[in-house]
Structures are given as C-alpha cells and as structure tokens.
Design a binder for this molecule. Structure first.
Ligand SMILES: C[S@@+](CC[C@H](N)C(=O)[O-])C[C@H]1O[C@@H](n2cnc3c(N)ncnc32)[C@H](O)[C@@H]1O
Length: 310
C-alpha cells in the first residue's frame, strides 16, 4: 500500500486521467536511429541499440522532458554482454559524461530521476552521494529524493552474521534512492489539461517513501529491471501526457512501456541486443484501455498475478 502523506492539501486539484493509449499522433516504435540532424520529433518512440554516449550524442538538445534511469551499478551484475566492473573513479568519470549529455538533451524545466541502490554491506560506499555530486557538476540542480522501500520479506530477514552484537552490527538496506534533478528551472511548463495524476495519487505519493515490491527478473533474464509501478508514479507525478521520456540505460524497456501506456513518448537506449529485443517485444504487446479497475483493486490484481508470497 502506498503511504499517506502527512500533510493533506486544503484544496486538492481534480485533474482526471486523459484517454489512455499511445501518444496523440499515433507514433509507432522504430528501432533505427534517425539521420543525424533530424528533428526532435524524428527521435521519438525509438529503441536505440548501441553505446549510451554514441546514441545520446545524436539526440537534439532541449528535446527530452524527463530522463529516468538506473545505471549499471558496477557491482559485477550478471548482464548478458557487459562486465559491469570498472575501477570506481573510471566508473564515475564515464557516468559523468552521460550526465553531461543528459543535461544537454533535457528541455529547460526537464527532470532527471536517477535510481541508485546502496551498494555493499560490509564495505559500504555511499555511491548515491557521489553520483548526486557528479550530476550537479554536470549542470543539473538537485530538487528532491524519493526512498523506494522494497522490504517485502518476512520479519525474520535480518543481519544474522552480526546478530545482537554491538561489536560490528550490519544494516541491510531495504531501499533504493530515486534522486530527482531539474535543468535550469523548477517548473516544467505544460498544458494543465494534460496533467493526469489523480488527487488521491498526488496526496499519497507526495510522501517520498514509496513502498513498491521489486520485480524478479522475468524479461530476458535481466538482473535489475524496474517495477512498472515505480515508473508509473514518476511519470504521472512529474510529466504531462505527450511529454518525451528517455531511459539511456533502458534494459528491457520498462520506462518505454509505461511511458507508452500513459500516453508519453519514449526514447530507449541500451547496448544489449537481447535487452533491446525484449523491449521491442514488450512494446508490441497490447496497450491497456484506460483504467478498468479502481486503484484499490489494481493492487489486488497485481498480488494475484504474483501468486502466493514466498
Ligand atoms: C540497471 S540496468 C537497467 C534496467 C532497466 N531499468 C529495466 O527496467 O530493464 C542497466 C542497463 O545498462 C545497459 N548498459 C551497460 N552499459 C551500457 C552502455 N555503455 N551503453 C548502453 N547501455 C549500457 C545494460 O545492458 C543494462 O541493461
């Protein structure tokens, strides 16, 4: 269940959800990069399979309303064709080049949501702090952060190796960070008619603790796919219908799929052909026809699909 915000706005806005489905111009998914120098429109709704920096350099400046990504964590995760283990300074320098491209392609007022997990329990390193400084140095302004709380295990999960020992007890992170930045302006201009977050969603999600179960890898055996619910909340909260959303480490296409479901355009980049193919398959699936169930019922349906808890 989503937490309820401690402060209820005195007069909540009453935006309704617009018609669901693909963006208004009926865009189709394309898997080739458009010719260099093409218009911003030509880059929309693309799966770009290739190196992040090479692909991003082709994107026009000021063309993306929101970037959402979870970069490779540099912990030796089991991606199909990528080692994910650079020396830490090189890792940060490489990502900093990506953040500079991100700052370039965002529109003024555009947002960047960077998902990053606390890494390593025994040799803790606050990667989220380092990356936050790097993104700021790349030209974006920190605006807030969301804690994605993933503790969905039983009460017996604990740091057994250091059980009840003040000598050297461990903390096991049950959360990941979603760090939010913007380019130049706090405000993203848009037509209020194209805002589609519901009042009760805004009230619940304005509390920055989001309890969302992680997904187990089921799209092309990807080790770190986003839960769709996390992306759904970010898009409804921070973008308008018709906006363009980029995931430059797009993996199996969670951001692209949810963007499409919610009537946003997407740009998906990943170097792995297998993950890009998986994204394409997901995007080829049928689009849901708006909201057929109440919010309280949706979570029951999801729980039913997940099956009994382990
Ligand atoms: C943490 S995963 C992202 C998963 C994604 N959020 C999802 O829902 O499936 C990071 C992705 O970065 C991709 N990647 C790693 N190095 C890359 C590079 N140089 N250029 C483009 N993509 C890269 C990997 O293939 C991996 O899919």
């Amino acid at each position: 269940m989503a937490p309820i915000a401690s402060q209820t706005p005195s007069k909540p806005p009453t935006f309704g959800r617009g018609p669901a489905g693909p963006p208004p111009d009926g865009a189709v998914v394309a898997t080739e990069a458009p010719a260099h120098g093409s218009s911003a429109e030509a880059w929309r709704d693309r799966i770009l399979c290739g190196d992040v920096l090479e692909q991003m350099r082709g994107l026009p400046s000021d063309s993306i309303h929101m970037a959402i990504t979870s970069p490779p964590y540099n912990v030796g995760a089991g991606y199909v064709d990528y080692e994910d283990l650079l020396e830490y300074r090189s890792y940060r320098d490489w990502l900093s080049r990506v953040w500079r491209e991100t700052a370039r392609v965002l529109v003024p007022g555009g947002r960047f949501a960077l998902n990053i997990a606390p890494t390593s329990i025994a040799q803790y390193r606050p990667v989220h702090m380092d990356l936050s400084h790097d993104v700021e140095r790349a030209g974006l302004t920190p605006r807030t952060e969301i804690i994605w709380y993933k503790q969905n295990m039983t009460a017996k999960r604990t740091a057994w190796g250091s059980f009840r020992s003040p000598r050297h007890p461990h903390i096991i992170p049950s959360w990941e960070y979603v760090l939010l930045f913007h380019k130049e302006s706090w405000k993203l201009l848009g037509d209020a008619e194209l805002a589609d977050i519901r009042s009760e969603e805004f009230v619940a999600w304005s509390d920055g603790l989001w309890k969302i179960a992680p997904v187990t890898a089921h799209h092309a055996d990807h080790p770190a796919a986003f839960p769709e619910e996390l992306i759904r909340r970010l898009l409804l909260y921070f973008t308008y219908r018709g906006n363009v959303v980029l995931d430059m480490f797009g993996g199996t296409g969670t951001v692209a799929c949810v963007a499409r479901q919610l009537g946003r355009h997407f740009v998906h980049i990943d170097r792995s052909r297998a993950y890009c193919d998986a994204a394409e398959r997901r995007l080829a699936g049928p689009l849901p026809r708006g909201r057929r169930t109440k919010p309280s019922e949706r979570s029951k349906v999801r729980a039913h699909r997940r099956g009994p808890a382990a």
